[in-house]
Design a protein around this ligand. Structure first.
Ligand SMILES: [Cu+2]
Length: 314
């Protein structure tokens, strides 16, 4: 859905006109000085988005495109429990495994001033809900002193989660102010959450008492829930827990902390979508009656938990 196309266009026209006038009369603004510029602006970009119950996690920078001037800064603010990074360039390890991605994602690389010539620049993990598993922060600031167009991405979610920063010359007129980006961010976040709700409902329509989906995801939203979360089956039933509703890379587990079978805790280990190589399904045959709670070890903080109630066979 396109938002505010006409004001955007007219602002662009004004910018172009100002550029033309400045060009004609040769009153181009002075170069950014090494000293602190009192006109420098610090812009805000949100990293991720989520529903209030954290069930739906979005995979977008908001806004996804921003125009700033040389000497300005961007404050990247964590906006979801799900982890993200603000990254630029080629990571040291090829992101071909979870271990490699995490090894690349965790360390902050680069200084407070963005260097487009650097091979790799990385924020470290951004999240509103720091976990003891790895270091993380809630914000990341970069100052932009080089002109050009720079596309950042999230290493965790890949290049579909990207942000293009257009750095204009110092003291150029901005096509948009922060208020415009804030409004755009709010509308886009609503759309992403609504998309996640639709995905959740569609997946629930396909789920059955013997086929539970382990989350769901498309290219902008993830459902961090088991679908169905409250299952009831007669003893002897085999239930399949299936990652098949995930279109993007996301790890989950199905962990029954209190249920033992063959002397071991019933735990799927890490599941991945089939497109990421799997294993993408986990099956459990429930012989013991009672209510068995389970959770995802990665996302239980977001409320990703369920239960299977096993009733006696009639
Ligand atoms: Cu999970």
């Amino acid at each position: 859905m396109s938002i505010h196309p006409s004001p955007k266009r007219s602002l662009w026209a004004i910018t172009a006109l100002v550029g033309l006038i400045v060009g004609l009369f040769g009153t181009a603004p002075a170069q950014a000085s090494a000293t602190e510029d009192p006109h420098a602006v610090t812009w805000k970009v949100l990293v991720g988005e989520q529903s209030p119950d954290m069930a739906i996690q979005g995979m977008r920078f908001l806004p996804g495109e921003i125009w700033i001037d040389q000497g300005d800064s961007i404050s990247f603010l964590a906006n979801s429990a799900e982890i993200h990074t603000v990254s630029y360039g080629t990571p040291p390890l090829p992101p071909t495994s979870v271990d490699n991605v995490l090894a690349d994602a965790v360390p902050r690389v680069g200084g407070p001033v963005f260097d487009p010539a650097a091979t790799w620049t990385n924020s470290g993990i951004l999240t509103t809900m720091p976990s003891p598993e790895f270091p993380s922060t809630t914000s990341y600031d970069q100052k932009f002193t080089a002109k050009g167009n720079f596309t950042f991405y999230c290493l965790i979610h890949g290049e579909m989660m990207s942000l293009t920063v257009h750095v204009q010359g110092a003291h150029h007129r901005y096509p948009h102010r922060q208020a415009y980006y804030n409004e755009l961010a709010e509308e886009q976040a609503e759309e992403i959450i609504a998309d996640g709700q639709d995905l959740w409902e569609d997946t629930a329509d396909r789920a059955t008492s013997t086929h539970v989906y382990v989350g769901a995801s498309d290219t902008e939203a993830m459902v961090m829930r088991f679908i169905w979360p409250k299952d009831t089956v007669p003893a002897g039933t085999t239930v399949t827990f299936d990652m098949g509703a995930n279109q993007v890379f996301v790890p989950h587990t199905v962990t029954f902390a209190a249920l033992q079978q063959n002397g071991k805790t019933v735990d799927s280990g890490t599941l991945f979508p089939a497109s990421a190589g799997g294993p993408s399904t986990f099956t459990v045959t429930f012989d013991q009656t009672g209510t068995w709670n389970y959770f995802c070890q990665f996302h239980d903080d977001m409320g990703m938990a369920g239960s299977v109630t096993v009733t006696p066979t009639s």
